[in-house]
Design a protein around this ligand. Structure first.
Ligand code: ATP
Ligand code: MG
Length: 338
């Protein structure tokens, strides 16, 4: 029997999930769960690296994120959904890995660099935040992740992880840790409705899976189009036009998109027509998801998290035991201490 590859993926519970997640990662997770052994990590510890003052919000968001998973069709019997803070092995692995990475290397990580700037953390950067790529190396290796699926911001994290893996194996003369590869989403970066940066929970520039029909419509109609397309008759730009980017990502009728794009370029097609079409497409996509979300109870969500976390712990405890043994820091006979 062919064994399925272990794929790790996850989200920071810093808010509800949005359309960037939907096209970027959620849709592929629903497919991947049948072809891979999928672990989905709710990265609450990572969320605390910048939301440490409001842990109650991180906990609430964790449950909301899991609600999003179930609403889009992730099956908790097939995928293992786990809560990062409830896996002690991750914290311990992070501590060991921290010795293998220099501060300068973390400061050069492009994803961390741009997040520090966006969040204005230049002068007040918490050690925990700078260190989150190390903790992500622990997330990946704790379950023997062979593939990590995610958007393009995850590429530097995997490079960092693999450097740690190689250094660990070299220093401790072992092969107990395995390198991981990226499994990049088909749409690795959906732009925000402002057209500036990627759609992101913390930038408040995203359409959320839980948004009401009214809010969806409002957001669609505030979308950035082409600032030079003032009158309907003016020729318009399609490239960099957020409405077209979203139609490309969410509308199945490719022929309709091409003919609209041609008309828009020529002039004679108003933004309102395009936005109404996009609004219809998104309302149709999000309505069933919102309805499923609404039916899920807190108890159901907590049960899913509990079951998945227990399953994951069994795996991470074995990895941790191997790591300790490779480092030679297994002091006591396991049968006595556990
Ligand atoms: P935050 O602003 O708190 O960092 P986020 O919106 O960036 O939140 P994350 O939890 O950091 O979301 O990302 C979870 C996963 O979703 C990652 O794999 C990431 O690459 C992917 N992702 C996030 N935003 C987008 C996007 N706009 N387009 C495509 N993929 C995305
Ligand atoms: Mg992010």
């Amino acid at each position: 029997m062919e064994t399925k590859k272990l794929i790790l993926t996850g989200d920071r519970p810093t808010g509800n999930l949005h359309l960037g997640h939907y096209v970027g990662v959620l849709r592929s997770r629903v497919e991947q769960q049948y072809t891979h052994n999928q672990y989905i990590l709710v990265a609450d510890v990572q969320a605390l690296t910048d939301y440490y003052e409001t842990p109650e919000m991180v906990v609430e968001n964790s449950l909301e994120v899991v609600k999003d998973y179930l609403a889009v069709g992730i099956d908790p019997q097939i995928s293992t959904i786990l809560i990062q803070s409830q896996i002690p092995a991750i914290a311990e692995l992070t501590i060991y890995y921290m010795n293998l990475v220099s501060v300068a290397r973390l400061e050069r990580n492009p994803t961390v660099k741009s997040e520090i700037m966006q969040k204005g953390l230049e002068k007040t950067l918490p050690v925990g935040f700078l260190n989150y790529p190390v903790s992500q190396a622990a997330d990946i290796t704790a379950f023997g992740g062979e593939l990590v699926s995610g958007g393009e911001d995850q590429i530097p994290m995997i490079e960092q992880t693999n450097e740690i893996v190689r250094k660990f194996n070299r220093i401790y003369k072992t092969d107990c840790l395995k390198e991981a590869s990226i499994y990049l989403s088909k749409i690795p970066r959906l732009v925000g409705i402002d057209g500036k940066s990627k759609a992101s929970k913390s930038q408040n520039n995203a359409i959320f899976l839980s948004d009401s029909p009214e809010v969806i419509k409002e957001k669609v109609f505030t979308m950035f189009t082409d600032p030079d397309h003032i009158k309907v008759g003016d020729p318009g730009r399609v490239e960099g036009n957020v409405v077209f980017t979203y139609l490309d990502a969410f509308h199945d009728d490719r022929d309709e998109i091409s003919s609209l794009a041609a008309k828009y370029r020529k002039g004679g097609l108003g933004d309102t027509v395009l936005k109404s079409l996009l609004n219809d497409v998104l309302q149709k996509l999000l309505q069933p998801i919102r309805e499923k979300r609404y039916l899920l109870t807190r108890k159901q969500i907590l049960d899913v998290c509990y079951d998945g976390t227990l399953r994951a712990r069994r795996v991470s405890d074995i990895v941790l035991a191997n790591v300790r043994s490779a480092m030679g820091i297994d002091f006591f006979d396991k049968t006595k201490i556990n």
